[in-house]
Design a protein around this ligand. Structure first.
Ligand SMILES: Nc1nc2c(c(=O)[nH]1)N[C@H]1C(S)=C(S)[C@@H](COP(=O)(O)O)O[C@H]1N2
Ligand SMILES: [Mo]
Length: 596
């Protein structure tokens, strides 16, 4: 593991008895170990900070800078305020507001009780968790700063971007396309730190969902649900009435202790019962494993649609928080704070001080999160895996079947990613048309093998049209031609102790050292796990992994090793590299299971 001397190559190091003599010579050469702290300068092959652009939205073929919404929104607001003031002068509107003052009939809950302790605490936890979720979510967006409505991520066809147009470079990579966001805004706040951001995002989300589940249950076993769930259609005229009252700057009476007004009730209802579940569903909608399972849904609501909707939910939460906090502060601060923190129906300062205590925790958590993550990334990786590794493992066990996509679904543009191989060994093979290429297979197998490209082409041909999903957020559909891994398994006959299959690349990873990745052996019998030597009916191009690459469609893109040189069957991967199951796992703190 990582506490071993960093300079030793994996083959020099002592191994559990009996293991070392099973490692085929040369397989593990060139492996390096990752560091256990994040150095912003050398991070990820020294990607320098790179700014994006202000958010832009595409309408047809034109791009609009969303910063224009600020002055535009202000003008619209002024017009609305003037309109609302005019409306309130009209007798019919005055009658309407008297009839619908804002708060509908309150179905019998104990008026003066305020919010019970569980509701106040779950409100606090919700706030605390969601800040990390939003920050890490923004970090994830910045790793592929474009949003699409189709599964094809064709440059120029995105509807939203915070990055310049894609340059003409045919080998432009998604990693080059990532941008930097300020360190105290995004989490962990340095460019291309998505591995760590995802542990925060997915890990804290499980806590947030648990908190939400407890909240849902308690809400409905007590009468408290009546605050949030409209029980009469009058909520709509009441919401309209409150909107007119707010906009006319003659605000409705704040009755939150007794009941929320129509607008409040609708906003809370949408946030709790629409936005929150939608966040979960669209989050899961981005899983490559689930998209191979729920194929019909995924054909219509593609991974990119899920990602775009997920971003819109993020925007809703952000908007809600700004307006909600703004109104808490301007409609009777002490009363409001007592409602959400002390539960005492008066103007005492108790609520204020509890709130200050909570805010101290929130601010401390906010400030510490980034430096802690950069100093202790392995802790984040391990705790994150403990929180969601089991779920990812569970999602992998799906009955994946081919046939979801047809030739018509093939993406016109398929992004490149990773570091291109530039060794003399690779160049020589490439110049020789890969005639001298040999795929070496060994480790815990009965029949180690060396296969040329011709040998591979003589094996039964397997084709599949599948969707690739990169951890950074882009996707693409391609047709892959090659050999099923189950055919390879029948050829080499793995020993019963073999639990993991390690794919080594001819290319290096971002920080130097052989790129590799370990896959569970159960995946090798899946119908959608194969070695591809062809892509879209042509020889596999250089940029996409020539001469041979892996496809395992229940995992994310970084596990699809390109430029494969060797395959090793092992009992465990703890003595390979830093021992985390792959190059990005060792160097960028990814998880070795990433079906999500
Ligand atoms: N050898 C090697 N394989 C690699 C990578 C790499 O850097 N080196 N990048 C991975 C990542 S992050 C992705 S998303 C896919 C991209 O494959 P593509 O370039 O064919 O789209 O390859 C994966 N395989
Ligand atoms: Mo990727």
């Amino acid at each position: 593991m990582s506490d071993e001397a960093g300079s030793m190559s994996a083959e020099d190091r002592p191994h559990a008895s009996g293991a070392s003599d099973r490692i085929p010579p040369g397989f593990r050469s060139g492996l390096t170990e990752g560091t256990d702290v994040v150095d912003g300068v050398t991070w990820s092959g020294s990607v320098p900070a790179a700014g994006g652009v202000a958010p832009r939205v595409r309408l047809g073929n034109r791009w609009f800078n969303l910063l224009w919404l600020l002055p535009l929104g202000f003008v619209v607001l002024l017009v609305c305020v003037a309109g609302a003031k005019g409306l309130r002068g009209m007798p019919s509107v005055q009658r309407f507001i008297t009839e619908h003052p804002g708060t509908g009939p309150v179905a019998g809950h104990d008026d003066d009780a305020g919010l019970p302790a569980w509701a106040r605490w779950s409100h606090f936890f919700n706030l605390f968790f969601i800040l990390f979720i939003l920050r890490s979510g923004l970090q994830i967006l910045s790793d592929h700063p474009r949003l699409y409505w189709t599964r094809h991520c064709t440059p120029g066809r995105e509807w939203f971007r915070i990055q310049k147009p894609v340059p003409a470079d045919p080998l432009w990579t998604a990693k080059q396309d990532s941008i930097s966001l300020p360190g105290q805004v995004a989490l962990p706040g340095i460019r291309h730190s998505i591995g760590l951001a995802r542990w925060w995002h997915l890990g804290v989300s499980t806590l947030w969902l648990l908190n939400g589940l407890v909240f849902y249950v308690l809400l409905f076993v007590t009468p408290q649900w009546k605050r949030l769930v409209p029980t009469s259609w009058t909520v709509f005229p009441n919401a309209l009435s409150t909107a007119i009252q707010y906009l006319s700057l003659d605000w409705p009476r704040n009755d939150s202790w007794v009941a929320y007004n129509g607008l409040q009730q609708l906003a809370y209802f949408v946030t709790v019962f629409v936005a929150a579940p939608l966040a979960l569903i669209t989050g899961l909608g981005m899983s490559p494993a689930l998209s191979t399972r729920f194929r019909r849904i995924s054909r219509v609501l593609s991974i990119q649609t899920a990602r775009s909707l997920h971003f819109l939910v993020f925007s809703w939460f952000l908007l809600f928080i700004v307006i909600h906090v703004g109104l808490v502060f301007t409609t009777g601060l002490l009363t409001n704070l007592n409602l959400i923190s002390s539960g005492r129906s008066d103007n005492s300062w108790l609520g204020f001080w509890i709130f200050v205590g909570w805010m101290a925790v929130v601010v401390a958590g906010w400030v510490v999160a980034t430096p802690f993550t950069l100093r202790h990334p392995r802790v984040v990786q391990r705790v994150g895996y403990a929180l969601i590794g089991g779920v990812q493992r569970w999602f992998e066990h799906v009955d994946v079947r081919p046939g979801a996509y047809t030739a018509r679904d093939i993406s016109p543009y398929f992004w490149h990613n990773g570091r291109y191989p530039d060794s003399a060994e690779y160049k020589a093979l490439q110049e020789g048309g890969f005639a001298d290429y040999r795929l070496r297979i060994g480790g815990l197998v009965a029949h180690p093998a060396e296969l040329s490209l011709d040998d591979l082409r003589k094996l039964p041909v397997h084709e599949q049209i599948t969707q690739h999903f990169c951890i950074q957020g882009w996707s693409g559909v391609a047709k892959w031609t090659g050999v099923s891994m189950s055919v390879i398994l029948d050829l080499v006959m793995p020993d019963p102790q073999a639990r993991w299959v390690v794919f080594y690349s001819l290319g290096e990873g971002a920080d130097g050292g052989t790129y590799y990745d370990a896959h569970p052996i159960e995946h090798m019998r899946s119908k959608l796990t194969m070695l591809a030597y062809g892509m879209n009916d042509r020889a596999l191009p250089f940029g996409h992994g020539a001469p041979l690459r892996l496809r395992n469609e229940v995992e994310l893109g970084f596990k699809q090793v390109k430029w494969i040189k060797a395959i090793e069957f092992v009992a465990e991967f703890s003595d390979i590299g830093s021992g985390f199951g792959g190059y990005n796992e060792d160097h960028e703190f990814f998880g070795y299971r990433q079906s999500l």
